[in-house]
Ligand binder design. Structure first.
Ligand code: ZN
Length: 457
């Protein structure tokens, strides 16, 4: 049997349990910094223990807990890691209509920080593991679960630490993680966008040097702020060359196939990526969100995010620094981007500029032609007849990169229907009034359970 017994195929029997799990997880304030994930990790160990799972809570530092457990298979098939993170970003209670750590369930939704990013997937993955065990499913390969600390601050105390310190406990052939899977309504149908690639990150601090002087005689000094002004203008206005990486090409092909309205524009973009500006301008007239999203998938972007300079009103400063958030495509490296930036600034005076890499993470991309991706397509097609599945490139980044770098095939797959509107859903992530519908929790559990069953059962 593929699906549950209900008419819509959803496993409604888990409704209360998975809703309660998410509600309880939201009540642990795991705002990072500082994180304090251990209490939530121990809670999950306890919850899983009730079904006979042996869990380990591994702390990278005091109160930075990660929980790991495993449901053993017979070793004939690949292993699968169900990955999630327990920490969340801050929430300002004054902006919210409910207490962000109150675990409020209202109007068919679970409200609170982490409802989407990403305690909902944690709850779903735990639920899937419990179901597999309760139903006595014989698995061909191991299913591992890891709910980690510190994703929102780079994963150094969470997934990266686990992958380095305990590879034998967490590394797997395949990984299911966050940031992909929500249904994008296109041309009257749903396109489920599964995240198969992520852009790389280079956070670069540039320090401009000058020589100080009195504010009343600007000509006698070399003002570092003016030099930085040129740097900011040059990099802030940089328009990268448009490149269609395989994931983005496939994503646009699916959208073009499904949406007759967008088809001519998207086909032109596929044919002539060099004309992206004209195409994206027209696309914005139809769907601004999509146009912005696609634009960022095509090229290196550089955004100035911090500037600091000067110490006193009447002192011309000899130093000014700025931070740039650069994002680049799979196939490029952070070193390539640093070279590109230095090239752009050659005539600003490289001898008076210093560069410091604050943080770098390489881009990553997983193959689409895999058994797991095919099972995802089959199962989604069973629940939502006529839907399409497309790979997509995340312009941000997740813990998946640590596992892709170690050879795992990773997919961002949080299968949700767009119950609050697709764009609205993305706005709630790190925004206010974050919430997920109970129906989506049941839907995601049902889909993921069946994917695992088909993949390893
Ligand atoms: Zn997240």
């Amino acid at each position: 049997m593929l699906f549950g017994l209900c008419a819509d195929g959803l496993l409604w029997e888990v409704e209360d349990e998975v809703t309660g799990l998410l509600r309880d997880l939201i009540c642990f304030d795991t705002t990072n910094p500082p994180g304090n994930e251990t209490a939530a990790a121990e809670f999950l160990a306890d919850v899983l223990g009730k079904d006979g799972f042996e869990c380990e809570v591994l702390e990278s530092a005091p109160s930075r807990g990660n929980v790991v457990t495993r449901l053993g298979g017979c070793g004939e098939g690949p292993s699968l890691l169900l990955l999630s993170h327990l920490d969340v970003v801050a929430a300002d209670v004054r902006e919210w209509s409910v207490p962000p750590f109150g675990g409020v369930v209202r109007d068919g939704f679970v409200w609170g920080r982490g409802a989407l990013d990403m305690k909902s997937l944690t709850a779903v993955e735990v639920m899937v593991l419990k179901l597999l065990k309760r139903r006595g499913v014989r698995l061909r390969g191991d299913v591992v679960l890891a709910a980690t600390a510190d994703e929102e601050k780079g994963g150094g105390a969470g997934a990266e630490w686990l992958a380095n310190r305990f590879p034998e406990k967490v590394l797997a052939d395949y990984v299911v993680n966050e940031f992909g899977g929500p249904a994008l309504p296109v041309g009257g149908k749903n396109v489920f966008a599964v995240q198969t690639a992520e852009k790389g990150i280079l956070w670069l601090k540039v320090r401009a040097r000058g020589s100080p002087g009195h504010g009343s005689k600007p000509g006698c000094a070399d003002n570092a702020i003016l030099r930085m002004n040129r740097v900011v203008e040059r990099l802030g206005n940089y328009r990268g060359e448009d490149v269609l990486v395989p994931t983005v090409r496939q994503y646009l092909e699916v959208l073009a196939h499904e949406d007759r309205r967008l088809r001519p524009l998207l086909l032109r973009l596929l044919r002539e990526p060099a004309c992206a500006d004209a195409v994206l301008e027209k696309l914005a007239g139809v769907d601004r969100f999509l146009a912005e999203d696609v634009g960022a998938m095509l090229r290196v972007t550089v955004a100035p995010t911090m500037v600091r300079g000067g110490v006193k009103e009447n002192v011309i400063p000899s130093e000014c620094e700025a931070v740039f958030d650069c994002r680049f495509l799979p196939g490029q490296s952070s070193g390539d981007v640093l070279r590109l930036i230095k090239g752009l600034l050659r005539d600003v005076g490289l001898d008076r500029l210093e560069f410091e890499v604050v943080h770098a993470a390489e881009a990553s991309e997983s193959a689409v032609d895999t058994p797991l991706f095919r099972r995802i397509v089959e199962v989604l097609g069973g629940f939502d007849v006529g839907c399409s599945v497309a790979p997509f490139l995340l312009t941000g980044s997740t813990d998946s990169r640590f596992f892709r770098a170690r050879g795992s095939v990773c997919y961002g797959f949080q299968p949700f229907l767009a119950d609050a509107g697709y764009a609205e859903m993305w706005r709630m992530v790190h925004g206010v009034d974050e919430r997920v519908s109970v129906r989506n929790l049941v839907f995601a559990t049902s889909v993921l359970y069946n994917v695992v069953l088909r993949f390893l059962g």
